[in-house]
Design a protein around this ligand. Structure first.
Ligand SMILES: C[S@@+](CC[C@H](N)C(=O)[O-])C[C@H]1O[C@@H](n2cnc3c(N)ncnc32)[C@H](O)[C@@H]1O
Length: 155
């Protein structure tokens, strides 16, 4: 079904200050943990939207892969041996180049949210921030092809 109404045009609410200047510097691979600290610098016109954000330990950051090149519906991740559909991966090359990262909120200083767990490049545009809430018990989660790749790595 196609949309017969105008869709919204996104605008950044801020930009990520990250230690990573090149994609090669960002840790990758199975079981990788993102511990790098960064700052979500929110634009002044959105400051009121940060009211009460301090109460949350973790946030979802929705952002734009502004330096990815086109998209591929199938791709083989560097740490696997077969191709997967883009919607079964976290590939940067997506039809709508939107990234989603869960970060730990360390502290807020006005328009600056100091966070741990960034995996985006310095200067990445932020589209939205939402409190992280998960009500899905661990035993109900299935990890698809990733679980198979992890099991292979342990062998
Ligand atoms: C595998 S993606 C996962 C990103 C996010 N956690 C997600 O699931 O949507 C992370 C990779 O995206 C790439 N990347 C990070 N920031 C980017 C940007 N602003 N533009 C294009 N690619 C970016 C880097 O290669 C990084 O290792």
């Amino acid at each position: 079904m196609e949309a017969h109404f105008p869709m919204f045009t996104s605008q950044p609410i801020g930009f990520v200050s990250s230690p990573y200047k090149n994609t090669g510097e960002i840790p990758k691979g199975l079981g990788v943990k993102h511990e790098a600290e960064g700052v979500l610098k929110i634009l002044p016109q959105f400051e009121a939207g940060l009211t009460d954000v301090e109460g949350f330990s973790h946030l979802f950051v929705i952002w734009e892969f502004d330096r990815s090149d086109g998209f591929a519906l199938l791709g083989t991740p560097p740490f696997d041996n077969r191709a997967h559909g883009v919607f079964a991966t976290r590939s940067p090359r997506r039809p709508n180049p939107i990234g989603l990262t869960t970060v730990e909120l360390l502290n807020r200083d006005g328009l600056a949210l100091h966070v741990r767990g960034v995996d985006m490049l310095d200067g990445t545009p932020i589209l939205d921030i939402k409190p992280y809430l998960s009500s899905i018990p661990a035993e109900k989660l299935r990890r698809g092809w990733l679980a198979e790749a992890e099991a292979r790595q342990k062998r």
